[in-house]
Ligand binder design. Structure first.
Ligand code: BTN
Length: 240
């Protein structure tokens, strides 16, 4: 594994994307400060101050996009939960891949498939974890429904490297099995941590919002929503 630690960067995902040709499979890019972090649906990811985790993993397992890659962020959400559980916390997953503690977001994941024209170059799996939130920066987050490890542990969390070590160990421990067996290999663990099943939810898709009961997660990791009398399988979106 090749680990590159940067002091300051606009976005570890953007840096990984610009340099994807130079780096081998499983290269890790981590930064101490991230000035323009990107989130899902063109949102931004706020740097909460000193000691937070901004990391991108370059993955070049194949020369073409494989269906299993669509579930990689869900795999990472389970991995993150396992790590938070080592700290005695009770993380939950909000479909598809937000990790929450007591209903507040503590980690976000953004996976980008990189192409040069039609040629698939690899994946960039970006992870942001709020390890230490500074009160002023916390106030910058629009919806405020966020938390951080220091808040949940009621102490400063000073060991970012240990957290990264645990995360990478957990990620690569079952990565090959995940690539072979797909979402099925994590389905039970994923569902056990879902906080929305059986509830009425609103789901934001790219250009519309759906409302209904979140019934279950199917074998492809899709959310099955009961909207009026019909069941809809949703593969990409956000529970509001
Ligand atoms: C989300 O929940 O919207 C996803 C947030 C992903 C943020 C991480 S921080 C490291 C990596 N670099 C980025 O610019 N974004 C991801």
């Amino acid at each position: 594994m090749n680990i590159i630690c940067l002091d300051k960067i606009n976005s570890t995902n953007a840096y990984a994307k610009e340099n994807i040709e130079k780096f081998p499979d499983k290269t890790i890019i981590s930064a101490d400060i991230q000035t323009n972090g990107r989130g899902r649906f063109n949102r931004n990811w706020v740097d909460m101050g000193k000691g937070n985790l901004f990391m991108s993993i370059i993955l070049k397992h194949s020369d073409s996009f494989e269906a299993v890659y669509s579930n990689l962020t869900q795999y990472m959400s389970v991995v993150l939960c396992r790590v938070f559980e080592e700290y005695g916390l009770l993380p939950e997953i909000k479909w598809p891949n937000d990790v929450l503690i007591k209903g507040k977001k503590i980690a976000g994941i953004l996976c980008e498939a990189i192409y040069s024209g039609k040629i698939f170059k690899g994946l960039i799996l970006g992870i942001g974890v709020n390890l230490n939130a500074d009160a002023d920066r916390l106030a910058l987050v629009k919806d405020k429904v966020v938390t951080a490890l220091n808040i949940e542990l009621s102490r400063e969390y000073e060991d970012k490297n240990l957290f990264i070590e645990k995360l990478l160990y957990e990620f690569f421990k079952n990565y090959d099995s995940f690539l072979c067996n797909g979402f099925a290999s994590i389905k039970d663990e994923y569902i056990n941590r879902c906080n929305f099943l059986g509830k009425e939810v609103k789901v934001q898709l790219y250009n519309t919002t759906l409302e209904g009961e979140a019934l279950h997660i199917n074998n492809n990791g899709e959310l099955i929503l009961k909207e009026h009398d019909k069941e809809v399988a949703i593969s990409a979106g956000d529970i509001l």
